[in-house]
Design a protein around this ligand. Structure first.
Ligand code: NAD
Length: 536
């Protein structure tokens, strides 16, 4: 990213780990402002010249905040939930919102394991009994984890860490996750099974997936029916995955011997919730991420992620656009550059009544994650219509707002180049426009190799005069004379080698923009069908 002379300003609005703040301060060209506990009015004032905001859950980053922050590029949440950030408003304004989903993994896995252990051994009850002055060794007996079966539903980051700990305790571990690869299951010594197999075989069941329409109430009365008598169940993921009423009933009937919850559909948990008095149920107030280490690690992670975005590098853990790691970003950079150029070229050549924008990827591009390239094309294309306010974050939203449909196609049709991008538009009641480009040479220079079916070859940079003209001699001389008289130097010129319907395409790269008079003269010539000046 080309940085101007002024510093990148980062507002740390909630207290994140001092190591994270120090990391930001060490970045060249970064200026860090720490302002904790500011009123909403004060925040509006503080954000007017900031490029990034770091928050936890306290500061509300509202639509008004985005409107008051014209330079804002990224909002980083140290932690997972982004309820305090208006993500829709961020997306519309082209601001990346990111969180740190990985920083809490160990803390939450350890809390889950604590719940599992406290479900096996009545620690909470023993503590309460001792505090009450008792010495009760008879009713406070428990069960072991060794050789028991643990069923893990949702086998992502946290599920995987819970599995490692269970294996260390000598447990047999079953995992259910529609996206679990056999190799990962094998590496972590777990058996990938169906949900019903877990319900039927597990002595302990723990859930670790997001709350979705599919996972909501996944463990309700019907699922409890299928479980072993005396099963123990745990939820340190999201409230609502285990149905609370069904759990209370199963605890009361003894079907479920013990349970542990850290999360609830509605938080804070109501004072009079039946959960508070259910037997053998350990409750914690959403403590999964509440360790010193997790808070430190999310603070450092969000600082690193913010620095990456401001330095034009990787975009990790964005909640409003697909993420991209540093290596992929670097590998795709020539293609995103080419995509942006082709999008910009098409945006300037196309008439206004565009109904559909289409990107087709040929050759080598087929094996790559072309999502970032697609976004670069969209943003480049929209720049003429939407100006500088459009970028890779909000380009899909802006297209939608303009009623332009978008389509990305991977094509294995033979192409003349090992890598080729074609970008085209459909136009209401008119002829579409298309451009094609590829990368040339050791330095992967972007080249335009086709305009409207004409083969051309011109570097995708600088100022171009794109002409459609009658395919007859004398055109080069004519353009040369008009531009020469105008004092415009021609840097490069490409004449289409094939012509359709007697029309040829001539692309002239010029050192500066021709005057209106020269352009009128060119357009006014009967041999010239269209002339457009574009800037890449
Ligand atoms: P993750 O994205 O790494 O893993 C989630 C897994 O759930 C994925 O592997 C996914 O394939 C799986 N999944 C999705 N739908 C499923 C379904 N229908 N059936 C089975 N599996 C399904 O997430 P993570 O970091 O491991 O977090 C897991 C959960 O824990 C999330 O809900 C997260 O919000 C929550 N969490 C809670 C706390 C806390 O304070 N208690 C802290 C951090 C995370």
């Amino acid at each position: 990213m080309v940085r101007g002379f002024s510093a990148m300003k980062i507002l740390v609005a909630d207290k994140i780990s001092p190591k994270g703040v120090a990391f930001l301060r060490q970045q060249p060209g970064f200026e860090v402002v720490e302002a904790y506990g500011s009123s909403p009015e004060k925040i509006l004032e503080l954000v007017k010249d900031v490029h990034a905001i770091a928050v936890r859950s306290e500061t509300k980053v509202t639509r008004e905040v985005f409107a008051a922050a014209p330079l804002l590029k990224v909002v980083g949440r140290a932690g997972v939930g982004v309820d305090n950030v208006d993500v829709d408003a961020a997306t519309e304004r082209g601001v990346v919102v990111m969180n740190t989903p990985g920083g809490n993994t160990i803390a939450t896995a350890e809390l889950t394991f604590t719940h599992i252990l406290c479900g096996a051994r009545p620690i909470a009850q023993a503590v309460a009994s001792m505090r009450a002055g008792n010495w009760d060794r008879k009713t406070l007996s428990g069960v072991e984890l060794f050789k028991k079966t643990l069923g893990i539903i949702g086998f992502g980051r946290i599920g995987g860490e819970v599995a490692k700990r269970a294996v260390a305790f000598g447990m047999r571990v079953l995992a259910y996750d529609p996206y679990l690869a056999a190799s990962r299951a094998k590496a972590l010594q777990v058996e990938a099974v169906s949900l019903d197999e877990i319900l039927a075989q597990a002595d302990y069941i723990t859930v670790h997936m997001p709350l979705t329409p599919e996972t909501e109430n996944m463990l309700a009365a019907a699922a409890f029916e299928k479980m072993k008598a005396g099963v123990r169940v745990f939820n340190c993921a999201r409230g609502g995955i285990i149905n609370e009423d069904a759990l209370v009933a199963a605890l009361k009937s003894g079907k479920v011997a013990a349970a542990g919850l850290d999360v609830y559909p509605s938080e804070p948990l109501a004072k009079d919730s039946p959960l508070r008095s259910a037997p053998n149920l350990n409750l914690t107030p959403h403590l999964g991420a509440s360790t010193k280490e997790a808070q430190e690690s999310v603070g450092i992670e969000i600082a690193e992620q913010i620095a990456d975005v401001l330095n034009g590098g990787a975009i990790r853990n964005a909640v409003n656009m697909p993420g991209i790691d540093a290596a992929t970003a670097a590998a795709l950079a020539p293609y995103t550059d080419l995509g942006a150029k082709l999008g910009a070229l098409l945006g300037q050549l196309a008439p206004r009544q565009v109904t559909r924008l289409r990107a087709t990827y040929h050759g080598k591009l087929n094996g790559l994650d072309t999502n970032p390239v697609t976004r670069a094309i969209q943003a480049g294309f929209l720049r003429r219509a939407a100006g500088d306010g459009v970028n890779v974050v909000n380009a899909p939203v802006v297209l939608q707002r303009l009623g332009i449909e978008f389509e990305a196609v991977n094509s294995d049709a033979a192409a003349d180049y090992t890598e080729l991008i074609q970008v085209e538009v459909d136009v209401a009641g008119g002829e579409g426009v298309s451009v094609r480009g590829t990368l040339i040479g050791k330095n992967n220079q972007p080249r335009v190799v086709g305009i409207n079916g004409h083969e051309v070859e011109v570097a995708a940079k600088g100022k171009l005069l794109v002409l459609e003209n009658e395919d007859r001699p004398g055109i080069v001389g004519l353009i040369g004379t008009i531009l020469g008289n105008d004092g415009v130097n021609i840097a490069d010129m490409s004449l289409s080698r094939i012509s359709k319907g007697g029309t040829a395409c001539t692309v002239v790269r010029v050192d500066h923009e021709p005057s209106g008079k020269a352009r009128d003269e060119i357009k006014g010539n009967p041999a010239i069908k269209s002339a457009r000046f574009v800037q890449l």
